[in-house]
Design a protein around this ligand. Structure first.
Ligand code: FEO
Length: 394
């Protein structure tokens, strides 16, 4: 495959992985993903920025040969996770004089994960520069998006910013500049929700920093390049904004449709009051869609049946994931149905305890919801409405 030229002497040498269906054995991928790698030929030195996921190493190395790359001086590791660093040992065999250029935290990760010797590294600090001759790389430490070892690389003369996982998307592409905005927005939002949302304060900090840099182009390590950086920066500004939207998210699992009936009742009543509601059957629906709704939701209502006196594992899993992703929601509650008893809400509440949410009185029914239960649901609707109204959302 011929490398795509981004600018004179700057090339895209990454690969699409359109067949991949799950990331980290957790995140469903709608379209697959990409592993972006970039080649910069300076007048004196040649550098690669990030490398390749190991199952694609052979193809990646062959592409370097086919594009006439006979020497690499520097391998820039913006992050140690192996979807970007995994091919580094093979590259060091191919180019024995090359040095891995990275920060101390990333170096230690690569040494531990890939068994690379200390003498193969050139360790940089924040704001250090590296000359390639007529091109200069500046390194900007960016711990927290999403690992402690993450850094950005700024190609100063061209004003290109390589942001590693930050501002990426799991979205394969053929043309360098992906112009289906709707698909890109959804992929980038899903990616933000699943990978970056737990680090929302850090995202805000780096968005402000990148706006100061005002790069001509943002080149992430997954998904399309951004030749109009404001496009992705403005989306991140919206997603990381402290105030949630007028949205109630109701993920539920329902063994005998009682919980589903309650979820749909809440939806209808809340929508009548001008509040948006998304319900997801967590068995049927996609985890990524639930995560995307967590980006915006002001209120989360978890709905669950009881299994063996405990919450159904499918809704416990959503509570666990919501707790990990740290959404900005302000309010939360539970609806549930049981056959013979158990502790549904206590256990879900424990799992969700990392969220800074105000809890709303839950509604638990035996079997099917009855008139008295619907009254309690009406009270929940009123409470949510009042909370949203007081928060200025509706
Ligand atoms: Fe794409 Fe954190 O690796």
């Amino acid at each position: 495959m011929k490398f795509k030229e981004i600018e004179k002497n700057i090339y895209y040498c990454g690969l699409n992985d359109a067949d991949r269906v799950i990331f980290d054995e957790l995140i469903p991928l709608e379209h697959g993903t990409t592993y972006n790698s970039y080649l910069i030929k300076g007048s004196e030195k040649t550098a690669l920025i990030d490398t390749m996921y190991p199952p694609f190493s052979e193809e990646y190395l062959k592409n370097l040969d086919n594009n006439g790359i006979t020497n690499v001086d520097y391998i820039i590791a913006n992050h140690g996770e192996q979807d970007h660093s995994g091919t580094m040992p093979a590259l060091l065999e191919k180019f024995p004089n090359a040095k891995i250029v990275t920060n101390a935290v990333c170096k230690n990760n690569i040494k531990e994960m890939l068994l690379v010797d200390e003498d193969k590294f050139l360790t940089i600090k924040d704001s250090d520069t590296l000359s390639l001759g007529d091109k200069t790389l500046k390194f900007i430490l960016a711990p927290g998006v999403h690992w402690p070892d993450t850094m950005f690389t700024h190609l100063i003369e061209d004003n290109f910013l390589f942001t590693c996982d930050f501002l990426g998307a799991h979205l394969p592409f053929e043309e360098l500049y992906f112009k289906n905005d709707e698909t890109l927005v959804l992929s980038a939002k899903r990616y933000y929700a699943e990978i970056m949302m737990p680090f929302r304060p850090m995202c805000k900090k780096y968005i402000a920093m990148i706006k100061e840099i005002n790069p001509k182009m943002i080149l992430p390590s997954h998904g399309p390049l951004h030749d109009s950086p404001d496009f992705i920066l403005n989306l991140y500004a919206e997603w990381t904004f402290d105030t949630p939207k007028n949205l109630v998210l109701v993920p539920y699992v329902s063994m005998y449709k009682s919980v589903e009936e309650m979820a749909f009742y809440l939806k209808e009543k809340l929508e009548n009051k001008g509040i948006n509601v998304t319900c997801f059957d967590v068995i049927e629906d996609d985890l990524g869609d639930i995560a995307m709704n967590l980006v915006d939701a002001a209120t989360i209502i978890l709905g669950g049946s009881m299994v063996l006196a405990s919450p159904h594992p499918a809704i416990a899993n959503i509570a666990y994931i919501a707790n990990l992703l740290k959404p900005k929601a302000k309010f939360a509650s539970f609806i549930g149905s049981y056959g013979w008893g158990g502790n549904l809400f206590g256990k879900l509440g424990e799992i969700l305890s990392g969220l800074k949410v105000q809890l709303i009185e839950p509604v638990l029914v035996k079997g099917k919801p009855k008139e008295a239960d619907y009254k309690l649901l009406d009270e929940m609707v009123d409470t949510i409405y009042n909370f949203h109204k007081d928060a200025g959302l509706v």
